[in-house]
Write a protein that binds this ligand. Structure first.
Ligand SMILES: Nc1ncnc2c1ncn2[C@@H]1O[C@H](COP(=O)(O)OP(=O)(O)O)[C@@H](O)[C@H]1O
Ligand SMILES: CC(=O)N[C@@H](CCC(=O)OP(=O)(O)O)C(=O)O
Length: 300
């Protein structure tokens, strides 16, 4: 679907004015609110969608919200690893990261994906600033100890995968106050100055908590969390999430995403949604409280 293609049913000026006017109450309420947007690598499917995403981020800032973008890039990392003859391996949704893979992760995330998003936001008239978790001491990390899902006395050796020790959001506050839109790559810095590869969902959730964000939106390549029959689960409670993880309905990349979403909701982020980034403007509608699609995470 081309998000910039003309609509087959063009709306009249009066209808356009009515839509804009109807947004007044929610826009007034949302002035100055912080919105963390996780832009998954799988959601970056086509150039037109990426452009529409960047335009929506700029629009949200112009409407008085404070967007922070945390990007992924799993498929893009996979692509370069394959070109280099390396096979990616995942344990519980985390990429096993040896030293050479870490280099590739940094090239792709900070060198390619982040700069593409920064470019698109700037092209759309915003002022984006790309950062990794190393900049300004934003994300301190250590090696993640990942227990085996079936035998928790065993640990997986997953190399330079990071566990977040602390987040210092001072730099983000500074750049936001200057009107910049931060675009954060999920790379952390260890005590010995080594880099850590951190799952982008985990970073988005922890940043949302640390910034006391009002909303966390996670854009992916699926309509939301699905049940075993492939039906969308529009709302999930903590107990339901635990059951879906335990019986294997939630697996792979959805594990860190749902864990992060739940952690953010429990830590006070008021609205947490997993949405389909392939649907044009789904993020904009959800950000403006015009609930469109996806799964809402609830703490009850
Ligand atoms: N119950 C589930 N509902 C939806 N997606 C699921 C579920 N269990 C596993 N998944 C997988 O999780 C993927 C989303 O995670 P991931 O690939 O890491 O996306 P992203 O790059 O957007 O972070 C989906 O494409 C799907 O293959
Ligand atoms: C430890 C770990 O798995 N890191 C991820 C970081 C990128 C990411 O999370 O990208 P998506 O959001 O597109 O999945 C990886 O190497 O793929």
């Amino acid at each position: 679907m081309n998000p910039s293609a003309p609509s087959p049913h063009p709306i009249t000026s009066a209808e356009r004015a009515a839509v804009l006017a109807s947004l007044l109450p929610s826009l007034r309420q949302q002035q100055g609110q912080t919105l963390v947007i996780k832009y998954g690598g799988n959601a970056m499917t086509e150039p037109a969608l990426q452009q529409a995403f960047a335009q929506d981020v700029v629009l949200l800032q112009l409407l008085g919200l404070r967007p922070v973008v945390v990007h992924g890039g799993g498929p893009q990392i996979e692509h370069l690893l394959q070109r280099l003859g390396k096979q990616g391996r995942f344990v519980q949704g985390m990429r096993v990261t040896d030293a050479e893979t870490m280099q590739v992760v940094e090239w792709v995330l900070a060198g390619q994906v982040q700069q593409e998003i920064v470019g698109l936001i700037n092209q759309a008239g915003g002022r984006a600033l790309g950062l990794t978790g190393r900049d300004g001491g934003l994300i301190r990390a250590r090696a993640l100890r990942l227990p085996d899902a079936t035998d928790p006395s065993l640990w997986h050796d997953i190399g330079q995968v990071g566990d977040i020790v602390a987040i210092d959001p001072a730099l983000l506050h500074t750049v936001q106050a200057q009107g910049y839109i931060p675009v954060v790559s999920p790379i952390g810095c260890g005590d010995g100055n080594q880099s850590f590869n951190i799952n982008a969902d985990v970073v988005a959730a922890r940043l949302a908590t640390s910034l006391q964000a009002d909303k966390l939106l996670m854009l992916t390549n699926i309509p939301g969390v699905l049940d075993r029959q492939g039906q969308l689960l529009a709302r999930l409670s903590m107990a339901e999430i635990e059951a879906l993880v335990a019986d294997g309905t939630i697996s792979g990349g959805m594990i860190p995403k749902i864990a992060g979403a739940l952690e953010a909701a429990k830590s006070g982020v008021k609205a947490v949604h997993i949405i389909d980034g392939r649907v044009p403007h789904a993020m904009l509608l959800e950000a403006l409280g015009q609930h469109a699609c996806g799964t809402t995470i609830c703490v009850d």
